[in-house]
Design a protein around this ligand. Sequence first.
Ligand SMILES: NC(=O)C1=CN([C@@H]2O[C@H](COP(=O)(O)OP(=O)(O)OC[C@H]3O[C@@H](n4cnc5c(N)ncnc54)[C@H](O)[C@@H]3O)[C@@H](O)[C@H]2O)C=CC1
Ligand SMILES: C[N+](C)(C)CCCC(=O)O
Length: 508
Amino acid sequence: MAQQPLLSLPEFQGVSTGTLVVKEPLNFWGGARVKPKDTKNSEPVYEPATGRVLCDMIPCGEEEVDEAIKSAHSAYLKWSKLSGMERARIMLEAARIIRERRDEIARAEVANNGKSITEAQVDIDVAWQGIEYYAGIAPTLSGQHIQLPGGSFAYTRREPLGVCVGIGAWNYPFQIAAWKSAPAMACGNAVVFKPSPMTPVTAVMLAEIYKEAGVPDGLFNVVQGGAETGGLLCQHPMVAKVSFTGSVPTGKKVMEMAAKGVKQVTLELGGKSPLIIFKDCELENAIKGALMANFLTQGEVCCNGTRVFVQREIMPQFLEEVVKRTKAIPVGDPMCEETRMGALISKPHMEKVLGFIKQAKEQGAKVLCGGEQFVPNDPKLKDGYFVLPCVLDNCRDDMTCVREEIFGPVMSVLPFETEEEVLQRANNTTFGLASGVFTRDIARAHRVAANLEAGTCYINNYNVGPVEVPFGGYKMSGFGRENGQVTIEYYSQLKTVVVEMGDVESIF
Ligand SMILES: NC(=O)C1=CN([C@@H]2O[C@H](COP(=O)(O)OP(=O)(O)OC[C@H]3O[C@@H](n4cnc5c(N)ncnc54)[C@H](O)[C@@H]3O)[C@@H](O)[C@H]2O)C=CC1
Ligand SMILES: C[N+](C)(C)CCCC(=O)O
């Protein structure tokens, strides 16, 4: 039965805040959208900017997860036989279609996630760039030839793993689906992706685009659901690998479940990253860097530099300027081009973030700006989950706002005196996702980068994420990498073939 592609439905065109209603099924396997079998556990999905119900998320059960995985496996058998050039051609076509439909996808993302359209467009660009990048790598995958005595030799083959599961978070729904599927597919794997139950809308768009580009049916599948569905995926015997983005506690559970089946795991977990600003920095850039490190996607970014260490001598100028610019961030309707900060993902999450700010005040922090719920004048936004971006002064290292991941628009500022002291304080955390340093002293910049315990260190910038560059954590922020050439290692395995050219020399 021919299905109309979801993207061509009128409901996805010219979407503005408060207008999108998604009725189509959001599961996808065997090359088509699939209606859920049992709707009894359905959960409402909200539009963060309005608090309105956007659609229902109907979780997949055991039978459906099994169907999706089997469909992935049959596609894997075909896809893995193609040459890298053949896979690349299809992936490049998918990247092209995403570019062409950037606006529709970005609008759907904004309706479901609440981030500003300006940011969502960049996210979609980064998604197609990831697919394009791994399309470029696919034809280069190769093994090694090793000469042995007597004319014998060995060679290695870089082979796919099989069916890979991706489990995504709600902060970058489309981009995470692309970042996980692109390297997996370039290596010849098939993918079953489960988005966060709060952002089920855009992953199925990616599935339809891959289909349109020409992947075999079943190569990229979407199953909706929460913890239970995620658990079924991690424990399924036909799954070879799980790549997870989310919180540390859930990451641990995923790792435990995967361990039972000796499945490979990539974990992209949370952070509480330090950004260190020395007095010899170019202050204008450091201020811009601090804003970029804290306020993208309403602060809901795993690698945000939320502990901003500022050398004492420049603290007054830094605070004055950062507060002025934070107050000037236009918060409101995320579909408007001028908006720079939209709504948090959910009401409970907004309350959690406001709770962190309240606790920070109780522990002695001073709110220099923001930190309150915001109700825009536009009546359709009155039930949205908006929080004004917040700068906290008088912070100490032992405060909850400095130790725990808030995942909201909250910057904690901490003074420091010396390089040695700030390095020790910056590393005094169980997380290790990212870090940043602003200084004009080249030697200091590289010394600090070498001594920070984090998977990424930005020198004189923050939160730039080119797809050519590996991204991932140290310590409890996870392991494995996304993006960059190295990620091929995490989606493939090496087979050694040993070839005897003479007779077998047996000792028996
Ligand atoms: N590192 C990052 O990028 C992110 C970090 N977070 C942090 O996590 C907090 C909670 O956010 P959540 O979305 O609830 O994160 P979460 O870690 O609970 O969920 C992430 C994904 O894992 C799935 N999941 C949940 N339990 C599972 C289980 N037992 N087995 C398999 N899959 C499971 C979820 O359905 C979702 O798709 C946030 O407030 C934030 O601090 C959240 C999202 C992204
Ligand atoms: C795109 N960038 C670099 C801001 C962060 C993406 C990582 C994430 O939070 O999932």
